[in-house]
Design a protein around this ligand. Structure first.
Ligand SMILES: O=C(O)CCC(=O)C(=O)O
Length: 258
């Protein structure tokens, strides 16, 4: 079995895989420069939200905080051969770009990390059960500093919750979403590592250290996720010329125009 199919098998069975030291320190340091610029500007513009409750921002490739050149750098990183090799291994047919998010520590040290499936915010319980039988969004997490990482419940991209998982994640029967789960697996991450995981598996980000992690989200274009894509996060036509492998974005643009 080649490396690509091993990764696919791992992803299909467990819902995730991690590759240590996937990025060089110079790749991470150029990414850190652009992302830090975004983060500082975003914080200035969202003072109350940041101080009170935020633990992430999104639309990093959008035009609100970054200039054209920085956005092109990000687009080229996201669609680089190195990343597309992994995207193609989990979504072999026409993967499409969805969005980016940036995860950081909440200002309030009392704010606790919490278990969830991404689909639980849009769907009721019956529809969540269906969602995990269907195509799921894939997250690629790229930590810019060493961090405590993520905690995942392996295999939950394919199966429904046991009672403990359900009560904790949904905060039922007096349980809260920050409690420990018996089957949780902590995956510490260092700058340069890459974690690929299914958005609909049970997971939580672990707050602590100097975490600042870029997540890119991609989906299988045969699934119905295009309404989640914000036009402003996509490259403009003039930027497309400066993107070496624009297919990931072109696929989304094509879906949007249908
Ligand atoms: O890192 C976090 O705080 C949460 C991450 C997460 O839930 C996600 O990437 O979907």
């Amino acid at each position: 079995m080649d490396n690509q199919s091993q990764l696919k098998t791992c992803y299909d069975e467990q819902g995730y895989f991690v590759i240590r030291n996937y990025f060089t320190s110079s790749e991470i340091s150029s990414l850190r420069q652009v992302i830090s610029k975004f983060h500082e500007r975003w914080k200035q513009d969202n003072v109350d939200f940041y101080q009170e409750e935020a633990f992430n921002s999104s639309l990093i490739t959008g035009s609100q905080y970054l200039e054209c050149e920085d956005r092109v750098q990000l687009f080229n990183f996201i669609s680089s051969t190195k990343i597309m090799k992994l995207v193609d291994s989990v979504i072999p047919n026409n993967p499409a770009f969805m969005n980016t998010q940036l995860f950081f520590n909440p200002v309030n040290p009392q704010q606790k990390d919490f278990w969830h499936r991404d689909c639980q915010y849009d769907l009721d319980v019956e529809d969540q059960k269906k969602a995990i039988q269907e195509t799921q969004v894939v997250h690629l997490r790229i930590p810019l500093f060493d961090e405590l990482g993520m905690e995942l419940v392996p295999g939950t991209h394919l199966r429904w919750d046991n009672d403990e998982e359900f009560n904790v994640r949904q905060e039922e029967k007096g349980r809260v979403s920050s409690e420990e789960l018996s089957l949780g697996k902590k995956i510490e991450l260092a700058a340069g590592d890459l974690l690929v995981f299914s958005a609909d598996m049970i997971h939580r980000g672990l707050y602590g250290l100097d975490r600042l992690a870029l997540d890119m989200l991609v989906f299988d274009s045969s699934a119905n996720f295009v309404d989640y894509v914000d036009d402003d996060c996509l490259p403009s036509l003039s930027m497309l010329d400066k993107i070496i492998n624009p297919e990931l974005f072109l696929t989304t643009m094509q879906l949007k125009s249908q």
